[in-house]
Write a protein that binds this ligand. Sequence first.
Ligand SMILES: Cc1ncc(COP(=O)(O)O)c(C=O)c1O
Length: 378
Amino acid sequence: MKFETRAIHDGQAPDPRTGAVTAPVFQTSTYEQNSIGNHRGFEYSRTGNPTRQALEEALASLEGGKYGLAFASGVAATTAVLQLLRPGDHVVAGDDIYGGTYRLLEKVYRPWGLHVDYADVREASTFAGAISPNTRLIWIETPTNPLLKIADIAALAVIAKEAGAWLVVDNTFASPFFQRPLELGAHIVVHSTTKYLGGHSDVIGGAVITSLDDEFQQLKFYQNAAGAVPGPWDCWLVLRGLKTLAVRMREHERNALQLARFLEKHPAVERVFYPGLPSHPQHALAARQMSGFSGMISLELKGGFAAVEQFVARLKLFTLGESLGGVESLVCYPPRMTHASFPPEERRRRGINDNLVRLSVGIENGADLHEDLRDALA
Ligand SMILES: Cc1ncc(COP(=O)(O)O)c(C=O)c1O
């Protein structure tokens, strides 16, 4: 079955008891057991819940994996994957990553005993150069947050395999509609389902998808043992989002491409970062491993922070806020918002300049969005 069909049906067959077409919200903490040690598949909702199970099956199907696990946030999903490691293990992470992932690596896992190095996410060879005998995991985003750089997933999968390490891809920016890292050789996919998968800025959630049996067992054990699970309502909201993922992603991309073309030519704009533009230095790689370029655009404005402040204040439809991937357009200032956890000098070293703005292009009418940007830049 094709993606759009699986998004609506996988994990979500009509409820066998009532025939309900929509997966019910099983708002229950516990379940009656037939006798001691004999239950009907569910014992306690931290361990398992039918609404969560429906979501986990749907997520696995959309990413082309055997197993899906839902978590209370994207950060909780990231934590679960990092718990596959032990103190003394080494991680090579891409240099352009979500500030919260950087904070987790630097402020939680480095003190815990993890060794962390960063490599240029655009150059697979820099990851090969950073591998050491204790490297167990390569962590990348692609496209990256916030500079929309592209990592060569297939090339990194080969490097990871040779090193006996896992390649983990945070697929939040692309969504499985446009990119399926497991099919390109990645071992584990992570999502902030808060973003495109939920799609309506009304839920916080995360997910891990893999086809590896042993790793899944460890992750599932950790999910129950540490307990950062989403409640059934949150799972239901993400499930509802998944059903329209394909139609939303097409619209996000259509609007984003049109706006990126406009911004690229605008005299007030210094630079546009959008992998769908032929001028993006990695456009060819993006076109090879993605079936579309998603809805995130970053840009640098001429005139520094003062120009950014003015631009943001003038926007009417693009709302200033954290997060991305919802139906409504958002604007974010990474240096002080999503990437504030990077020390300023480290942030600039990584190319996140003071004139950088990130747009999450929604699915409003494209002409209205164009007008909003045009007026704010005038
Ligand atoms: C690429 C990426 N990964 C992970 C996360 C963390 O997800 P959450 O906020 O759901 O914990 C975010 C949040 O912005 C993100 O942008």
